[in-house]
Design a protein around this ligand. Structure first.
Ligand code: JB2
Length: 215
């Protein structure tokens, strides 16, 4: 393992497509990125960041003094699991908030959250740990986004919407005011949620209808 890593830099778990967007968001807000660990430990670089091993390399990185980490894995359940494990190993989870995002001063954000370019988060919305608000997502006031959920690019929540743990809204999905989307539920691309959705279903269409059971 290289001894020249920037110990103030962020360690990234995952070196795929999501990691690329996260790395550029971190750099855009002045955060150096030190190293990547990936399930495929083949030595290589992702946007100039070295892949230094797989997850077994994490304790060694921590021992070198690196303590700040971001889990850049799109899969919600895996991201949640890896984030919890990294914390147990002594890492703190940083947020990656692109400078073009507009975050209300009254919004509350947890840790390990990706807020990509062009996102808007309005008043008194709460976003829990390890959520992804992908490029251009819009979240109006008083929403509740639970741990490790993911709002896809250009998705939009009206005021007072609840999104459950590990739920996923595909690209361009939307939800009308006050509805609740259950844990582990998926709303397909472009779907419009007009009534509450239970846990662990697949809902698609306009209005979104339940088409599958994910439990
Ligand atoms: O347990 C793991 C692990 N499992 C897979 N630990 C570590 N350290 N790495 C793991 N990986 C690695 O995550 C894979 O080897 C691969 O390099 C990377 C996943 O890359 P991929 O491009 O397939 O997915 P992604 O999670 O980066 O991006 C998905 O989610 C984004 C939000 C894609 O669907 C993107 O299109 C999407 N924008």
């Amino acid at each position: 393992m290289s001894s020249t890593l920037d110990i103030g830099g962020v360690v990234i778990i995952g070196g795929g497509g999501h990691a690329k967007v996260v790395i550029e968001s971190l750099r855009a807000c002045g955060e150096p990125v030190a190293a990547i660990v990936d399930a495929d430990p083949t030595p290589r670089q992702v946007l100039g960041v070295p892949v230094v091993g797989d997850d077994l390399a994490l304790p060694g990185l921590r021992a070198q003094g690196l303590s700040r980490l971001f889990v850049a894995i799109g899969d919600n359940r895996l991201r949640q699991k890896l984030g919890r494990k990294a914390r147990e190993q002594g890492f703190s989870l940083v947020n990656a908030i692109h400078p073009s995002a507009v975050v209300s001063p009254s919004a509350r954000l947890g840790e390990g959250i990706a807020v990509m370019a062009g996102v808007a988060i309005n008043a008194e919305t709460r976003v829990d740990d390890l959520a992804i608000l992908n490029t251009g997502a819009v979240v109006d006031h008083d929403c509740r986004l639970a741990e490790a959920c993911h709002l896809g690019p250009a998705s939009a929540l009206a005021g007072g919407v609840t999104v459950g743990e590990r739920a996923f809204l595909g690209v361009g999905a939307r939800a009308i005011p006050g509805v609740s989307i259950g844990a582990d539920t998926i709303v397909g691309a472009g779907g419009v949620v007009v009534r509450d959705l239970p846990d662990a279903v697949l809902a698609i269409g306009v209005p979104a209808k339940i088409k599958g059971d994910r439990s």
